[in-house]
Design a protein around this ligand. Structure first.
Ligand code: AMP
Ligand code: MG
Length: 400
C-alpha cells in the first residue's frame, strides 16, 4: 500500500495535466477567483505627483513664513507657479503644482491674515508628504500577477489598471455521487437499517469552499448495473472530477472499482496507508482530449471529507499555484492512541492561548462519528512513524 505523500504526488501529477479554461468576467464578480493573466499597469500608479495629506504645498527652503496663494483640491488642478515665499492650499490627492517639492500638513501650521507659519517643533524637511508619480508602480509593470486569488485588496489594484473585466480560470466542474443500499434522502426519516445520505453535503460544500462548481448527482443503490449506467452517463458529461462515495472497500457489494475499470478508467491507486479514508481509489478517464479525474471515496462522512481535505484540496491548490495550506504547530492536550504505521488525521479542536496554539482531541476518533467531526476545527496530522502521541507533544494541524 502506498503512503500518503506518494498518493498525493500521483494526484498532483495527473491534475497538473488538466487545462482549466479561461473566461473574462466582471471584476466585481471575481471575488476569490484565480486570475489567469498578469494585470499590467496602463498608467503610472499614482498617475501624477500628489499630496499625501491636506496641507500646503511649497518649495522647500529654510524659512518659516509663506503667503498663501490659491488652492488645489483633488481633481481640480489648475497650474499655479509659486515662489519661495508662497504656499498653495492642497488637499489629499491634489496634484502638486509644478515647482512645489514639499507639503506641510494643516495640523502643523497656523494661518494669520493669509500668512502661514509652522508650529514649533514640527518636522519640516524637503520632500515631505508627497506621493510621487509611479511610486506605487511604474507604467507597464505587473500590478497583479497571474495565479493571484482575487481578494478585496487585489481588486483596487486591478481596477486602477483600467480593468472592469478580468480573465480568470474557469471553475473546475465536480460531480458528486453517493452509492449505498442503506441511503435515503435527508428529507426522510430513517427506518430500520437506513441512513440519510449525509456525506454528499460535506463534499459538495468542500468543492464550493474552493470556489469550484459542484453538481449533486444524488445516490444510487449498490447495484452494479445501476451504478455503471449512472457513471457511464456522468463520464460523458462536461466535468473535470467525479467523486463517488461508498462501495470502494472490500465488501461483497463494493462494485465501484470494477465498474470504473469496465468503463475505461485507468487506476492510479487504490488504498493509501492512512486513517481514516484508507480505501480511497484514484483513477483517470480519458476520452478524446478530455480528461476526468475519478475519486472513489469511502462512504462514511468522516473518511470522505478527510480524503477531500488531504488529497483533493491540496492538489487543486497545486494546479492553481496556490500556497500550500500552512500547517499549524500545536501542543497536544491529551494522549492519543496510535499503534499502527498509518498516517492518521485525527479530528481536534485548535485554540490559541497566550500566543501558543493548543489542540484537544477528546473525540473517540471513530470515523463513523460525524457529529464529532462537526465539532472539530482541525485535523491533527500524525505521521506514519509516530506512535501514541502524548499530552504535551508538539503536533501539526490542518485547519478545517
Ligand atoms: P462503504 O464505504 O460503502 O463501505 O460505507 C462505509 C460506511 O459509511 C457505512 O457505515 C455506510 O453506511 C456509510 N455511508 C455510506 N455512504 C454514505 C453516505 N452517502 N452518507 C452517509 N454515510 C454513508
Ligand atoms: Mg456500502
Amino acid at each position: 500500500m502506498i503512503n500518503y505523500s506518494e498518493a498525493l504526488e500521483i494526484i498532483k501529477r495527473e491534475i497538473s495535466e488538466l487545462e482549466p479554461g479561461i473566461e473574462e468576467i466582471d471584476l466585481l464578480d471575481s471575488y476569490n477567483r484565480i486570475i489567469a493573466e498578469d494585470v499590467i499597469a496602463d498608467v503610472d500608479l499614482p498617475p501624477f505627483d500628489n499630496s499625501a495629506v491636506d496641507g500646503y504645498a511649497l518649495v522647500f527652503s529654510e524659512r518659516n513664513e509663506w503667503n498663501v496663494k490659491g488652492e488645489i483640491s483633488a481633481g481640480n488642478y489648475s497650474p499655479v507657479a509659486i515662489s519661495e515665499d508662497e504656499a498653495v492650499l492642497i488637499t489629499t490627492g491634489g496634484k502638486l503644482p509644478g515647482n512645489a517639492d514639499t507639503v506641510v500638513p494643516v495640523e502643523d501650521v497656523e494661518i494669520n491674515n493669509g500668512t502661514l507659519r509652522l508650529k514649533p517643533d514640527v518636522i519640516f524637511k524637503k520632500g515631505l508628504n508627497i506621493r510621487r508619480k509611479g511610486s506605487d508602480l511604474e507604467l507597464n509593470k505587473i500590478a497583479v500577477p497571474a495565479f493571484t486569488k482575487i481578494k478585496p485588496q487585489t481588486a483596487a489594484a486591478i481596477a486602477s489598471c483600467g480593468r472592469e473585466k478580468v480573465k480568470v480560470f474557469s471553475k473546475l466542474k465536480f460531480a458528486v455521487l453517493a452509492t449505498g443500499d442503506e441511503l435515503i434522502p435527508v428529507g426522510e426519516k430513517p427506518a430500520n437499517d437506513k441512513i440519510r445520505v449525509s456525506n454528499i453535503y460535506s463534499l459538495y460544500m468542500a468543492v464550493k469552499e474552493q470556489n469550484h462548481s459542484a453538481l449533486n448527482l444524488g445516490f444510487v443503490k449498490d447495484d452494479r448495473n445501476l451504478i455503471k449506467e449512472k457513471i457511464r452517463g456522468t463520464l460523458e458529461s462536461n466535468i473535470d472530477f467525479l467523486i463517488t462515495t461508498g462501495g470502494v472497500s472490500v465488501g461483497k457489494y463494493d462494485f465501484l472499482k470494477d465498474v470504473f475499470e469496465e468503463l475505461g478508467v485507468r487506476r492510479k491507486f487504490w488504498k493509501v496507508n492512512i486513517k481514516p479514508g484508507k480505501p480511497i481509489y484514484f483513477g483517470v478517464f480519458e476520452n478524446n482530449d478530455k480528461k476526468i479525474l475519478i475519486f472513489g471515496l469511502p462512504g462514511n462522512p468522516v473518511s470522505s471529507l478527510v480524503n477531500y481535505k488531504v488529497f483533493i484540496e491540496p492538489a487543486i491548490d497545486y494546479l492553481f499555484k496556490q500556497k500550500e495550506t500552512e500547517l499549524i504547530t500545536a501542543v497536544l492536550q491529551n494522549n492519543l492512541k496510535k499503534r499502527d504505521g498509518k498516517r492518521h488525521f485525527a479530528r481536534g479542536i485548535l485554540y490559541e492561548e497566550n500566543g501558543v496554539w493548543n489542540v484537544t482531541s477528546e473525540f473517540s476518533q471513530s470515523s463513523g462519528n460525524l457529529v464529532e467531526m462537526s465539532a472539530s476545527n482541525c485535523l491533527i496530522v500524525l505521521p506514519e512513524e509516530i506512535r501514541n502521541p502524548q499530552k504535551g507533544d508538539s503536533v501539526k494541524c490542518i485547519k478545517i
